[in-house]
Design a protein around this ligand. Structure first.
Ligand code: DGT
Ligand code: CA
Ligand code: CA
Ligand code: ZN
Length: 572
């Protein structure tokens, strides 16, 4: 499928236009097209052949023509034209937080900066700071942005890693004689970023399986190809390790290669204390194997309850497993609805009807429509008039929908001065109010969020720390104080399930749970497919030890509404 390829190209066009300082609306149009293509499940080539590109939201005639041109000729004139005189190393650098296209263009023109190395150089020698309108403070922020950029590019997002891994597993299942196969490592533990992908298999012909593995179509380089281990780099620079083990030690190997290393060390010491030896081949008493075929056997013989992979980080799970007191983790099947999403009323590609149909298909009982509020101009935030219009449409839809209930909500901006972006009169009429920071990331954020939580109509604080895993550190915020306030006011905190946010993260979630705070998992979807990000939210919730009772959207809607009434009462 060429979907991702095209998405990348349109994003590049947007980058280049931004760099040149062209009309923002054109930039936005290309970004939107990129997002649509990126989320698209169907093959863009099929859609094009059937002349159905115009059915896609955000794809107008001009962009459809460019897609067609690229699919037919492998080239896009517009793309080549806009990037012609900009080095691609410069465009890559636009992902650096705090480094805008204008500054970059200036650094290029005045100081000859062509790549990241040059940029670091002019930061160190002070020349960047001397450019007009720059100064030490701005440069310091850019330096921080570079640090984050470099760190993020060493690791892969869980979403990308999972996609690559599932393509490889599917390919191996089709082309090689495989018995068991499973991802291992950080991927199986659902860590938010992945260093490399580990896959474990059993099968009779090890060398044959490895040989097939190295022929995976997206292989860029083969690092190792033996009889029990193969290692490749696939397109985009991701390393994938494949190991083949004997069926009798599959469980032991899966346990070993799932990690984490810290968890494994704890287990090995427990084995030792029982006069046993634990390795990737099994559990041994002297020379005799006493467990190894399944992971369950391994934990059992060590006197532990089975520890789900998401918990294996040595954060107390070993002690809990010894006492048989592990949490009963939430499961994706327990989720009854999604409490954050956007529609075409603001900046999403999906209409409310499309969101509703998709949600019904997933088996949800309810969804909260939470579009952006009026100040979010960049996202086409709703003025009160359009909000009321949306509510009338929700009433209509609810009459038609058989199984699903649409809830009236908003993602109301917490403004720079700490006020909310709608009056209380409006907020009062929402079924649920989600509040969040989208501006003033360094301005009294803790105080502003706390003030929002004092408002009796605010039910949920969305993406509480504001981080973007790949590119942004988050607000200057005291998350402990925010949690204390949430506990005191009964305000729910969001676990934003978008894979680049996962905010609150696993560690904060565990802390929130211990403080008695309830969590709402929302995908923040800007398309129908975005609703599928729930799996990353649930996995992160599991990594944070959360059970059904900790999570609002495992409850039936009646319970949510009555809890909300009690919370609002507390704040008066
Ligand atoms: P990553 O790839 O950085 O996201 O993290 P992991 O956890 O996937 O780490 P990786 O790929 O280096 O190794 C996969 C698993 O193999 C790891 O989670 C535990 C196991 N492992 C690797 N090296 C060691 C080791 O030296 N001791 C022990 N006990 N286990 C190890
Ligand atoms: Ca790994
Ligand atoms: Ca590895
Ligand atoms: Zn949005």
């Amino acid at each position: 499928m060429k979907n991702k390829e095209l998405a990348r190209i349109f994003n590049r066009i947007a980058d280049a236009l931004e760099y040149k300082g062209e009309n923002v609306f054109r930039v936005v149009a290309y970004r939107k097209a990129a997002r649509v293509l990126d989320d698209l499940v169907e093959d863009v080539e099929t859609l094009n052949k059937e002349g159905r590109l115009d059915e896609l939201p955000g794809i107008g005639e001009g962009i459809a023509k460019k897609i067609d041109e690229y699919l037919r000729t492998g080239k896009m004139k517009k793309y080549e034209e806009v990037i012609k005189r900009i080095p691609h190393t410069l465009l890559d650098m636009l992902d650096i937080q705090n480094l805008g296209p204008k500054t970059l263009a200036l650094a290029h023109k005045k100081l000859g900066v062509k790549n990241l190395r040059d940029l670091k150089h002019v930061i160190v020698n002070g020349r960047l700071a001397k450019l007009p309108q720059m100064g030490e403070k701005k440069v310091e922020n850019i330096r921080k942005g570079i640090e984050l950029f470099e760190r993020a590019h060493e690791r892969l997002s869980i979403a990308v890693a999972q996609k690559v891994a599932s393509e490889i597993v599917e390919y191996l299942n089709e082309n090689a004689d495989i018995e068991h196969i499973s991802p291992a490592g950080s991927l199986r533990r659902w860590k938010e970023t992945i260093g490399d992908i580990d896959i474990l298999t059993t099968g009779k012909d090890g060398a044959g399986i490895i040989n097939t593995f190295t022929k995976f179509p997206q292989t860029e380089r083969i690092l190792a190809a033996g009889e029990t281990k193969g290692s490749i780099i696939v397109e985009g620079g991701v390393q994938v390790d494949l190991r083949i083990v004997a069926p009798k030690s599959y469980g032991a190997a899966l346990q070993y290669f799932t990690g984490s290393k810290a968890h494994n060390i704890r287990l090995r010491n427990i084995a030792k204390s029982k006069g046993l030896k634990l390795s990737e081949y099994g559990v041994f008493k002297g020379k005799r194997v006493v467990a190894g075929k399944t992971e369950q056997d391994i934990y059992k013989i060590l006197g532990l309850s089975y520890v789900p992979p998401e918990l294996r980080e040595d954060r107390g799970e070993v002690e809990a497993a010894q006492k048989k007191k592990l949490p009963e983790l939430v499961d994706i099947k327990d989720i009854k609805g999604d409490l954050q999403m956007h529609s075409t009323y603001s900046d999403s590609t999906a209409t409310m009807r499309e969101l509703a149909d998709f949600a019904e298909k997933i088996g949800y009982e309810y969804i909260l429509i939470s579009d952006h509020s009026q100040s979010a101009k960049y996202a086409h935030g709703l003025e009160p008039k359009r909000l009321y219009k949306q509510w009338r449409e929700i009433d209509q839809l609810n009459k038609k929908l058989k199984k699903l209930l649409l809830l009236k909500g908003t993602e109301v901006d917490i403004l720079k001065d700490g006020r909310l972006d709608y009056s209380d009169t409006i907020l009062k009429k929402c079924d649920l109010v989600v509040a969040s920071i989208h501006q003033g990331f360094t301005k009294n954020v803790t105080e502003r969020i706390s003030a929002a939580m004092d408002n009796p109509h605010v039910d949920i604080i969305a993406h509480p720390t504001g981080r973007l895993i790949s590119s942004r550190e988050g607000y200057s915020i005291d998350i402990h104080r925010v949690m204390e306030k949430a506990a005191e006011t009964g305000t729910w905190l969001e676990l934003n399930a978008y894979w680049d946010r996962l905010d609150l993260n696993d560690v904060n979630l565990k802390m929130a749970k211990e403080m008695g705070i309830k969590i709402s998992i929302g995908t923040d979807a800007h398309s129908t497919e975005g609703l599928l990000w729930m799996k990353f939210g649930v996995a992160t919730a599991r990594r944070g030890w959360l059970e059904c009772n900790d999570i609002i959207n495992t409850f039936p809607v009646e319970k949510i509404i009555s809890m909300r009434k009690i919370n609002r009462g507390k704040k008066r």
